[in-house]
Design a binder for this molecule. Structure first.
Ligand code: NAD
Ligand code: K
Ligand code: MN
Length: 350
């Protein structure tokens, strides 16, 4: 049996609440199935760590993470630290250097929950991380200028495009929508469009189309079942994936994988949502997004059966109406966690 070592980085806000719930569920899975072993090591990076050490992560952050098979992350961001400081200090300090370039955000509805997308099939959103690069000059002057320049490289676009076409080719409907904004962004996004055409030639079975990001928001609401796999830039997909999550029921169920498809570096798994200051410490955070992220992690590590059992257990618990407030229920984080653990045992015993 495999013995996996996982870095647990719960960090800020509701991060520790949902990550500890996910660890409980995954440990239950390992004890029940006995087909794999898994050991979580707590890593204290986050805003408290920053206030103590003046930095969000260890200096040797990459060496630390390379000692694990994967990371399970919560959320970074606190009310008293500017968001760009916390985000670049922790999450983006990991994603870029580890080349976790494929950010995969599956979206689906769960039984027993309400959604405009209820009738639609599951869809995947895969997005590209680009490096923000810019500067400010003449600070405080009337002519103060700030620029935010997105850098698009052929290699960067091509690898995420290939990843998306490969994902689409593996799904039953084989549809891919390339999200763009090449009417107004006529350099980077035109290159993006050109590379989509080139890469598509290697994937004759995939039926693909192109969509401007603004029109895409309409299509997601009005014709969700016409979508299957979606690929776009970091900024566009960050926005569309929150919309997709809300359409699927709640941001509280949306998972994400930050993958290095070459498998040279350990990948990172986290819920799409952030620190959720408004509900921190109340015990009402929906842990499903982190359960699903942990399931994706198990699948990535090769434990497909464990992934499937965990997702079946989550479905069963939703169907039984054990839902947190964001999904219209009254269950607490710990109620959902306990119910998923019991469902794992029940399903495994069948
Ligand atoms: P958010 O995702 O934290 O919250 C948005 C809304 O969704 C809130 O009303 C919140 O209560 C609700 N929500 C989020 N997760 C939930 C869950 N599991 N269960 C129930 N309700 C949930 O977004 P925000 O308010 O824009 O950001 C708050 C902080 O989190 C900021 O500092 C931001 O930078 C940070 N953030 C971090 C990440 C990350 O670590 N990847 C992602 C997004 C935001
Ligand atoms: K997160
Ligand atoms: Mn986001």
């Amino acid at each position: 049996t495999h013995n996996y070592r996982i870095a647990s980085i719960p960090a800020d806000g509701i991060g520790p609440e949902v990550v500890s719930a996910a660890i409980e569920v995954v440990e239950k899975l390992a004890q029940t199935m006995k087909t794999f072993k898994i050991e979580f090591t707590h890593i204290p990076w986050g805003t408290d760590y920053y206030k103590k050490h003046g930095r969000y992560v260890d200096e040797n952050v990459l060496d630390v993470l390379r000692g694990y098979d994967a990371s399970l992350f919560g959320s970074v961001g606190a009310p008293d630290v500017p968001d760009h400081v916390s985000l670049w200090g922790l999450l983006l300090a990991i994603r870029g250097p580890l080349q976790l370039y494929a950010n995969v955000r599956p979206v689906r509805t769960f039984p027993g929950t309400q959604s405009p997308l209820r009738s639609a099939k599951a869809s995947d959103i895969d997005w590209l991380l680009y490096a923000g690069h810019g500067g400010r000059s003449h600070v405080g002057q009337p002519w103060e200028t700030a620029t935010e320049v997105a850098i698009f490289t052929r290699i960067g676009i091509e690898r995420i495009m290939r990843f998306a076409f490969t994902a689409a080719a593996a799904r039953p409907r084989k549809l891919l929508t390339v999200v763009t904004k090449s009417n107004s962004l006529r350099h980077g996004l035109v290159l993006w469009d050109e590379i989509a055409v080139e890469v598509s030639k290697d994937f004759p079975t995939v039926k693909w189309d192109k969509m401007l990001v603004d029109a895409m928001t309409i299509r997601m609401v009005q014709n969700p079942s016409s979508l299957d796999v979606i690929v776009g830039t970091n900024l566009h997909m960050d926005i569309l994936s929150d919309l997709a999550a809300a359409l699927a029921g709640s941001i509280g169920v949306a998972p994400s994988s930050n993958l290095d498809p070459t498998r040279r570096n350990p990948s990172l798994f986290e819920p799409v949502h952030g620190s959720a200051f408004d509900i921190t410490g109340k015990g009402v955070a929906n842990p499903v997004a982190t359960f699903w992220s942990a399931a994706e992690m198990l699948g990535w590590l090769g434990e497909e059966d464990a992934k499937e059992l965990l997702m079946k257990a989550v479905e069963g618990v939703c169907e039984a109406g054990i839902l947190t407030k964001d999904l219209g229920g009254a269950a607490m984080t710990k109620d959902v966690t306990k119910a998923v653990c019991e469902e794992i045992e029940r399903l495994h015993g069948k």
